[in-house]
Design a protein around this ligand. Structure first.
Ligand code: FES
Length: 457
């Protein structure tokens, strides 16, 4: 992995003040910083690229992204999954131009080089006339990622051979991620992608969205209008805030040594049983909740929550479960990709209910997610001008939480850093991690800095 060395040592950590919890506006608007993020974060981190249920058969492929790099996720004849840069080795043209499908070959439409589903170069027009049969095809295959990992159906990849294993990268965050990936009855994985992948563009910096999902319990005023009008996403007349919000305990859980975090939502048993879903759907939810309690214990987090895996993968563990990737396009533009995960074994009526719920709640037309997108757009616009450069943002909400010794909660034995209620601690952890990655030039340096976050590794 070649790395563009620049004399910027310490420059990025200077933009994040751990002491005063201030963050420089430029990190949300500066195009040079954006380019450095591609090299220093997205070329080294584990990135979520898709779900195995999207490519069940040999030759199935799905076009994805790792930062701004386009990649092909493809299953080969042996059943293995490969991830390759979607660019021809001859002159860079995309070798695959469809979002998803099945193929035996990827043929470049520029000069006609063709590549197998294992990435190998297999066909070169004019091999004899132009290359005197001397072109070594084995040297000109598609560019593969360095490592691939399948965690409960979620496929991840990294360009850096020195990256730690995905399991180590996730750390205890995987227990929160499990709530999004496992089916409700405890089948590991056991989920399938439904609806397809919803994609849309928002005029905002990718970090603002990742930060929101890492645990912004402070922004509920944003969704006040949805809460007040009584058209909850369930399709009932129940207000959003009169359901689980009023009855639940919301816990912010941070894994600051790695930059991950999220919110767990706990419900008392009586509310779980009182969910106002009709007939077969209500029965399925109650049975699924019971199965999860039987598996994880009476105090288990039944409803789930939301979270962010550093840098740009977020998830919703509530039903319908969702994976969201904040694909960076530029400093001020993000392409959002959203996968909806349903239990593969759930009946069609439940899947239909989930689908309608998802479209009412989330996405570009969802009642709640639109509120957030407007916030992120406004925050990005507020970060652009030259006049505001010397006025950093404030991340000090419940700053005292960071100084307290964190006791693991009985329900959250994995959580060393858990706070009941709102805090900006997870956001502070996210930007601390961002500065570590931006100032480091390799994985050894990242690990060394992560180790300094006391007691977290
Ligand atoms: Fe692909 Fe020339 S760019 S064959």
């Amino acid at each position: 992995l070649r790395f563009m060395e620049r004399d910027m040592a310490g420059e990025f950590s200077a933009m994040i003040s751990a002491k005063t919890s201030q963050v420089d506006r430029k990190i949300f608007s500066d195009e040079e910083i954006f380019r450095e993020e591609q090299r220093r974060i997205f070329a080294k981190a584990w990135i979520f690229v898709g779900h195995e249920s999207q490519i069940p058969n040999a030759g199935d492929y799905f076009l994805s992204r790792m930062g701004i790099d386009p990649v092909i996720l493809v299953r080969d004849k042996s059943g293995s999954i490969g991830v390759f840069h979607n660019s021809c080795r001859h002159r860079g043209m995309r070798v695959c131009r469809y979002d998803a499908g099945n193929t035996r070959l990827f043929t470049c439409s520029y000069h006609g080089w063709s590549f197998g589903i294992d990435g190998k170069l297999v066909g070169v027009p004019g091999m004899k006339e132009g290359y005197c049969n001397k072109l070594d095809k084995s040297e000109w295959g598609l560019i593969p990622v360095a490592k691939i990992a399948n965690y409960k159906g979620a496929i991840w990849a990294t360009w850096d051979a020195d990256a730690v294993s995905l399991e180590e990268y996730l750390g205890d965050m995987r227990y929160m991620l499990d709530l999004a990936l496992d089916s409700h009855d405890g089948t590991e994985g056991g989920s399938e992608v439904s609806i397809g992948v919803q994609k849309w563009t928002i005029p905002s910096n990718w970090k603002l969205s990742a930060e929101n999902f890492i645990g912004d319990l402070y922004h509920n005023i944003s969704h006040r209008s949805v809460d007040m009008v009584g058209i909850g996403p369930e399709g009932t007349s129940q207000r959003r805030d009169e359901g689980f919000i009023n009855n639940a305990t919301l816990v912010s859980v941070g894994f600051h040594e790695r930059g991950h975090g999220g919110i767990n939502v706990y419900l008392p048993p009586e509310y779980v049983d009182a969910r106002p879903y009709p007939g077969e759907i209500g029965e399925w939810f109650r049975a699924a909740d019971k199965a999860r309690k039987d598996r994880l214990g009476e105090n288990a987090c039944i409803l789930g929550g939301v979270g962010t895996v550093f840098p740009n993968m977020s998830f919703r563990a509530n039903q319908p479960r969702q994976i969201i990737v904040w694909n960076p396009v530029s400093a001020t533009e993000t392409e959002v990709w959203s996968w909806y995960l349903f239990d593969a074994k759930s009946p069609d009526s439940v899947k239909a209910f989930m689908r309608e719920y998802a479209l009412r709640y989330c996405g570009p037309a969802g009642m709640t997610e639109r509120d957030d997108m407007e916030n992120w757009q406004g925050a990005t616009e507020g970060s652009v001008g030259g006049v505001v450069e010397s006025f950093p943002y404030n991340y000090a909400y419940n700053l005292a939480d960071d100084e307290q010794p964190f006791e693991a909660l009985p329900n959250l034995p994995y959580a060393k850093n858990a706070v009941i209620g709102a805090t900006e601690g997870n956001a502070r952890g996210f930007y601390r991690q961002w500065s570590i990655w931006m100032d480091a030039t390799n994985w050894d340096e990242i690990r060394r800095e992560q180790m300094k976050i006391k007691g977290r590794i």
